[in-house]
Design a protein around this ligand. Structure first.
Ligand code: 4UU
Length: 567
């Protein structure tokens, strides 16, 4: 059964992201309104600053690097208030932005630079050695690396970079003319339903649609100045300055990228940027700035529920908190509300959907606790019989639709659904049908109020604290270790950490010559980013369960893991 969003359809933007955010005629807040503030230094960029620096940066790209439409700029950095101007400047110059986790190893970042065809890279000085080495391996020259952050021996913040560009020459440039539906704004990396990370092509239209869909779903509860009557949960008095968002999620991941680096330019809500989450700084900033809203992930909710430090701060300014990127239990939401009076709703989505699909409602956050909320406007959903990944080609499978309340795989269709994987039509065809239906690989049900509950996944993906861990990638590394002949990686839910952790099952060449597991752990950890480490351990097995076509039966391994935990 196909269900349409309960929201009325929105008129969707037909312009590129830069025009949509910076040239709109119905903007209520002035150029001088602060949008991004560094949580540690208080350095602030107003809306006008972001626009100006973005245009400078875009002109710098065009004059310095002969930047052409479709060129790709990669950013490998923790969140930084200089990132939004760099992103918008690249889009202004007609480019595509590919964000990467700064924790990546040389091998991981090289893969993304190579696959995306990046022409230049922006990185924080603290990550320069890794990025330089990766650039060396893919042929990006040192003078195509732009450094963020303050350090004496660096080339300075990006403003310095634009000041060495020939801006005289640059002023001749105007914004590029873009085709919003076909030109890619972002190439973010996701493993999708199966395999290694792939470039998810998100068009300008995908992103502008999702920014608008999100505003409607928040029911305009987020206000830039506090003078508007807030609809559902009042702002704390005095309402000076309106809402304040605390941005503690990384801009390099699609969740933070959309809700924290892009959407504030539309809503005008001042966003305090914390580049790396730690519980004390988070609490201090909520208290100091009277933060009214924060986007979080389940392990942060765990801190709010359990960490002793939290109760020594005044967090009463928080009107709402939204968790997403991984499952969150009802139990934790209730514990936090009981302990601190902090409301938590959930959002759900994927890199492939720009990312937001479902959002919990402000006015009914305590109805159906644990729900991911309601479908955003302009979207359609159907719940289908889960497709068994191990049995063959998804493109050929016609999913059987299920009814309201039945549990199955979610398929969605709408303006924020991606264009396809970069250079990988086969992977695209496996999850995106010719008439626009996208299979999410997530399993759940929708109740009579239209609220979604995610209960499982049929795809391989593991999520560690909201970060993607692609089993196929980890398995690719493991078989390189001497003595390993076969392996499989699955996710195990760790309640104490409120996250899944990856566990490897390994078959050795000679069962009589056991592997040194600690050595394998050390060897493996040096090859992957921190979030991909095998925190769930390594188990030696005689064989990996597989079906007749050789696909790993991950369900069987999960059952083994469950039996082990219950033993
Ligand atoms: C159970 O993590 C993301 C997107 C996060 C997001 C999106 C919209 C958070 C809030 C929001 O409003 O993207 P990816 O591509 O890294 O991972 C996507 C996967 C999903 O397929 C699902 O398995 O992350 C999982 N996921 C969730 N699982 C995302 N949100 C949830 C959730 N509950 N609330």
């Amino acid at each position: 059964m196909v269900t349409k969003s309960r929201h009325s359809d929105l008129d969707l933007p037909s312009v590129d992201i830069f025009t949509f955010l910076f040239k709109r005629t119905n903007r209520k807040f002035p150029d001088s309104h602060p949008i991004f503030r560094d949580g540690l230094t208080d350095k602030t960029y107003t809306f006008g600053d972001v626009q100006q620096f973005a245009e400078d940066f875009g002109k710098g790209l065009r004059s310095q690097y002969d930047w052409q439409k479709g060129d790709v700029l990669a950013i490998s950095s923790l969140s930084d208030i200089d990132m939004p101007p760099i992103i918008f400047g690249t889009l202004w110059a007609g480019g595509t932005v590919s964000t990467a986790n700064p924790g990546y190893t040389v091998r991981e970042i090289s893969h993304q630079l190579q696959d995306s065809g990046a022409k230049c890279v922006v990185t924080h000085y603290s990550n320069i050695e890794t990025v330089k080495e990766a650039c060396g391996t893919v042929g990006i020259a040192d003078d195509h690396i732009i450094i963020l952050g303050d350090k004496k021996d660096s080339t300075g913040r990006f403003k310095h970079w634009t000041s060495v560009c020939d801006l005289g020459k640059a002023t001749r440039f105007a914004a590029q003319k873009l085709d919003p539906k076909n030109d890619a704004a972002f190439l973010v990396y996701s493993s999708g339903t199966t395999g290694k990370p792939k470039g998810v092509k998100l068009s300008h239209y995908n992103i502008t649609s999702n920014v608008l869909q999100l505003q409607v779903a928040e029911r305009f509860n987020l206000t830039w100045d506090g003078s508007q009557t807030t609809r559902d949960i009042p702002l704390p008095e005095p309402r000076t300055g309106g809402d304040k968002i605390l941005a503690c999620l990384p801009f390099f991941h699609i969740y933070g990228l959309n809700v924290l680096a892009l959407s504030p330019l539309y809503s005008g809500v001042t966003t305090i940027v914390l580049s790396r989450f730690d519980v004390d700084t988070w609490c201090q900033l909520v208290q100091k700035h009277k933060i009214t809203y924060s986007y979080v992930v389940p392990p942060i909710v765990l801190y709010l529920a359990k960490h002793p430090t939290v109760s020594s701060y005044d967090l009463s300014s928080l009107r709402m908190t939204q968790s997403g990127a991984a499952p969150l239990t009802r139990e934790l939401i209730e514990q936090v509300y009981k302990r601190l009076g902090i409301r938590i709703k959930q959002g759900y989505g994927l890199s492939e959907t720009s990312p937001c699909l479902y959002q919990g409602a402000w006015d009914s956050w305590d109805v159906d606790i644990g729900t991911c909320g309601a479908l955003l406007p302009n979207l359609m959903v159907k719940i289908c019989e889960p497709f068994d990944n191990s049995s063959g080609d998804a493109a050929a499978a016609i999913p059987r639709e299920l009814g309201l309340g039945e549990t199955g795989e979610l398929h969605v269709k709408g303006p924020n659904v991606f264009e396809g994987y970069h250079g990988n039509p086969k992977a695209t065809a496996e999850c995106l049908s010719s008439d626009g239906w996208f299979r999410t690989g997530d399993v759940g049900y929708i109740n009579e109020r239209g609220n979604l509950f995610i209960t499982d996944r049929v795809k391989e993906l593991i999520k560690y604290k909201g970060f993607q861990v692609p089993p196929a990638e980890l398995e690719g590394y493991l078989v390189d270790f001497p003595g390993v002949v076969d392996c499989a990686v699955i996710g195990i839910y760790n309640k104490e950490l409120a996250t899944e952790v990856p566990r490897a099952y390994v078959v050795t060449e000679n069962p009589l010559k056991p592997l040194d597991i600690q050595e394998l752990q050390r060897w493996f950890s040096s090859r992957v980013a921190n979030h991909k480490k095998l925190r769930g351990g390594i188990r030696l097995v005689e064989q990996i369960p597989k079906n007749s076509s050789g696909k790993i039966l991950r369900k069987d391994l999960k059952a083994m893991a469950l039996a082990e935990s219950e033993a």
